[in-house]
Structure formats: structure tokens, C-alpha cells
Design a protein around this ligand. Structure first.
Ligand code: 5CA
Ligand code: ZN
Length: 412
């Protein structure tokens, strides 16, 4: 499917290194070491409701990774999916008496608008689950042929991946089996289903059910894809056998990213699937994770409709570190709006402290596991000085505006 439209990203003088990022598998911050083209897969939306501030925060986090790699001279092959068939979509459509295809198309269109307004660099490939079904069917067939998958013997036609085929299963999330079992039940898995070889085995292909959409699965029979294999297939088809970054919110640490990595590693014979598994913190509202199922959402589109500048939303979210679970409040938005106004005034000042110094300090902060609070503090200090007529670099205001545009995605 089509992504959204991008904006020009200014180029910056001098040289930068590829960012250091926290890898959930190794549990440490380590340098990214991409080739001439860096590769990143980020788990995108399940389009049954509008983009909320949590989705926005996660997309902004990986947009920073994209921008830092570009600044370091790498091309970036960035892929994002749309889970345009899954249980929550069908449940919402049934609840509202709506056609699930129309619901998915509408919410995906709104997401694109929100991403464009937030100046997120679009992915090179924006790929839906439905359009990937033939490729997914091929991969499930390969896993069956390799003895890494099995069909349940209860007549449903459901196919499961056998985690026994993944010798390192658990390396990505670093969780105990008991913890995995609990999370699996909470996040779409079915550890208690009878007939599975291991309670943690994830679904690859769901045989057709009365009243549910189904696609031709060839030898698998009609049905629809499981969730983790969707992301595996889209990633390896568009990016290759191994990638630099697998990204998403920290709600995907287990089972989603553990299982998609296991599928990929069985299919390709190469490990680890991703050099870095990078997880953004959850944005909450009044103490609870913002989620469609809880209904405690602040929508990007609603803020846009209220006339809020998307750049203030971006600055509000960047004021917290991407890995920390944090709250969205009216004060967060207000602080973003005030900062945006201050930065705009400062960019219009006749001069300020060294622009090169500012650029180097912003690069250093962001390169250190995307330390956006530190980067914002650097720009704040520069702006305060420029507004107090401190500093004589008359090229600095223009370079400051280019720097925050290119690296933070904030257009002044
Ligand atoms: N379609 C799947 C991924 S393949 C999915 O998780 N969809 S989603 O719509 O629930 O979330 C889309 C992206 O936003 C995912 O990367 C998810 O981890 C992230 N996300 C969801 N809720 C939040 C939140 N409250 N805060 C931060 N990120 C979130
Ligand atoms: Zn995913």
C-alpha cells in the first residue's frame, strides 16, 4: 500500500556517527553498525481506531533513528507494516456494524495524515498483512516442511510454530517461561489451548471459521495469517535475512518480537535476526497505558482538529526519554507549545552562540540512545542565550533551525 508524503530533510555540515541504541536482547546500549544502507523494521498499527499519542511517540522515536542514520551518511531502508486483518479489527467492526475493510482503510488513511503532520519520514515500504498473504503462506509451508510447524489435529486447520525449533528462544525478551506464559495469554496468545506441543507455540495460520474472512492458503487450506509471521514475512521480503533494527513499543517485547525473530531465524538459518531490538516506552494517561482496548486515548487527529501545532506535540513527546513509560498530560502539551514558541523566536534572533557547537552537542545527545531530553536542553540553553543577545555567530540561528529540523524533525 502507499505510505504518506515526506518532507525535505535538510543536510547538515560536518560528520556524525551512527547512533548507539539500547538492545533489549543484550540489555545494553551498543553502537549500531549499518552498512551503506541501514535497515529498520517497525511494527505499525492495527487500524481499528485513530492514531493516539502512544503510536505517535513510538513512530517519532524510530523517526529519530532514521534521521540519525541519514545524518551519518547512510541510506535507510525503512519498512513498516499495517496489521489490516486481525481479531481486534473484526471485533470492532462487528461491534459498530461496520465493514472491517472500510474501517481499516479509514483508520489507515487517518494514520497517514497524522504521520505527515508530525513530519515522520515515510517508510520506503508500507505493507499490509492482507497483501502479504501469498508470501506468508509460502513461509508457513516452508516451516511445515522443515518440521518447525505442525497442524493441530482438531479439524480447525490451525497451524502452529514449534518453539522447539528455536534453540535460543527467549534470548530477545530475556524472560522466564512463567513470565512468557503470562504475557502470551495477555497479548493475543493461547497458552492453554489443547493439542499444542508447547503452551508457548504461536499461531502461524488460522483455518477458516464461519463468519470470518478467509484467503486461499494452498496446501494450508483457507484461512488467515497469525500475527508474528506477518511481520517476519514483510521484514525479510523487503529487507533481507537480517536487519539492523527491529522496533516497536515495549508491549511487543514478548511474544511478538521474540516469535517473529524465531520464525525469521528458522526460515533463514541466520541469527540474530536483528542486531538491535529497540523498544519505546508506553505513553499513558492518568496512570494507565494508552490503549484502544482501554479507551483512554488522546488522538493526534483530535489535537490537530483543535488547532494544536503538530510540532508542539512532537516536542511534548520528545521531552521524555523514548524508553521510559510516561504520561501524556495537558502540561506536557503546554510545555511543548511554550518551547516551540521560544525556539521560533530564538531562530529569528540576529545571532547566538556557535551554531557548530550547538549541532555537535545535539548530535552527541541523540547519538547516545536518543537522549532527546538532553538534546532539548542543549537547544533551550542556546535559545535562551540568543534571546538574551549572548553570542555573535550570525549564522547560528539558521543552523539551529536546520539542526532541529533535520535531527529532531521539528520545523520552526
Ligand atoms: N499491529 C501491531 C504491531 S505488528 C500493533 O501492535 N499495533 S498497535 O496499533 O497496537 O500499535 C502500533 C505501534 O504503537 C506498535 O509499535 C506498538 O508497540 C505501539 N504502541 C501501542 N500502544 C502504545 C502506547 N500506549 N505507547 C507507546 N507505543 C504504543
Ligand atoms: Zn509487528
Amino acid at each position: 500500500m502507499d505510505a504518506w508524503t515526506g518532507h525535505d530533510v535538510p543536510t547538515l555540515p560536518g560528520e556524525a556517527l551512527a547512533p548507539r541504541l539500547y538492545d533489549s536482547a543484550r540489555r545494553e546500549i551498543a553502537a549500531t553498525a549499518p552498512g551503506s544502507t541501514a535497515t529498520m523494521y517497525v511494527c505499525g498499527i492495527t487500524p481499528y481506531d485513530a492514531t493516539h499519542l502512544g503510536h505517535a511517540a513510538t513512530m517519532i522515536s524510530f523517526d529519530l533513528v532514521n534521521r540519525l542514520w541519514r545524518d551519518a551518511g547512510h541510506a535507510v531502508n525503512y519498512v513498516q507494516n499495517v496489521t489490516d486483518i486481525d481479531d481486534p479489527l473484526l471485533e470492532r467492526a462487528a461491534r459498530d456494524g461496520e465493514d472491517w475493510v472500510v474501517l481499516a482503510m479509514r483508520e489507515t488513511a487517518l494514520f497517514r495524515e497524522d504521520m505527515e503532520a508530525l513530519r515522520i519520514i515515510p517508510p520506503a515500504h508500507y505493507v499490509g498483512a492482507v497483501e502479504s498473504i501469498p508470501a506468508i503462506v509460502g513461509h508457513v509451508g516452508e516451516l511445515l516442511a522443515a518440521g518447525a510447524a505442525y497442524t493441530l489435529e482438531d479439524g480447525t486447520g490451525d497451524v502452529y510454530y514449534s518453539i522447539a525449533a528455536a534453540p535460543r528462544f527467549g534470548y530477545e525478551s530475556n524472560l522466564s517461561r512463567d513470565e512468557m506464559r503470562v504475557l502470551s495469554a495477555e497479548r493475543g496468545g493461547d497458552p492453554d489451548r489443547e493439542g499444542k506441543r508447547d503452551p508457548l507455540d504461536p499461531l502461524l495460520w488460522r483455518g477458516a471459521r464461519e463468519g470470518e474472512p478467509a484467503w486461499d492458503g494452498g496446501d494450508l487450506g483457507p484461512g488467515r495469517p497469525g500475527w508474528h509471521i506477518e511481520c517476519t514475512t514483510i521484514a525479510i521480503d523487503r529487507l533481507g535475512t537480517t536487519i539492523d533494527v527491529q522496533g516497536g513499543g515495549n508491549d511487543l517485547l514478548y511474544p511478538h518480537h521474540e516469535c517473529s525473530a524465531a520464525h525469521a531465524e528458522t526460515l533463514t538459518g541466520e541469527a540474530p535476526f536483528a542486531s538491535h531490538y529497540v523498544h519505546a516506552g508506553m505513553i499513558g494517561l492518568e496512570g494507565e497505558k494508552m490503549s484502544k482496548s482501554k479507551g483512554n486515548l488522546v488522538f493526534v487527529s483530535r489535537l490537530r482538529g483543535d488547532g494544536v501545532d503538530p510540532m508542539a506535540v512532537r516536542l511534548g513527546l520528545l521531552n521524555g526519554h523514548y524508553r521510559s513509560d510516561r504520561e501524556w498530560t495537558d502540561d506536557v502539551l503546554k510545555a511543548g507549545q511554550e518551547r516551540l514558541a521560544r525556539w521560533r523566536s530564538a531562530a529569528a534572533a540576529p545571532a547566538g552562540p556557535s551554531g557548530e557547537g550547538l549541532l555537535a552537542a545535539v548530535r552527541e545527545a541523540l547519538g547516545n540512545d536518543l537522549d532527546s531530553p538532553a538534546a532539548l536542553a542543549v537547544v533551550d540553553a542556546w535559545a535562551e542565550a540568543a534571546l538574551s543577545n549572548v553570542g555573535e555567530d550570525d549564522q547560528a540561528p539558521a543552523l539551529m533551525a536546520r539542526t532541529v529540523d533535520a535531527l529532531l524533525g521539528v520545523r520552526l
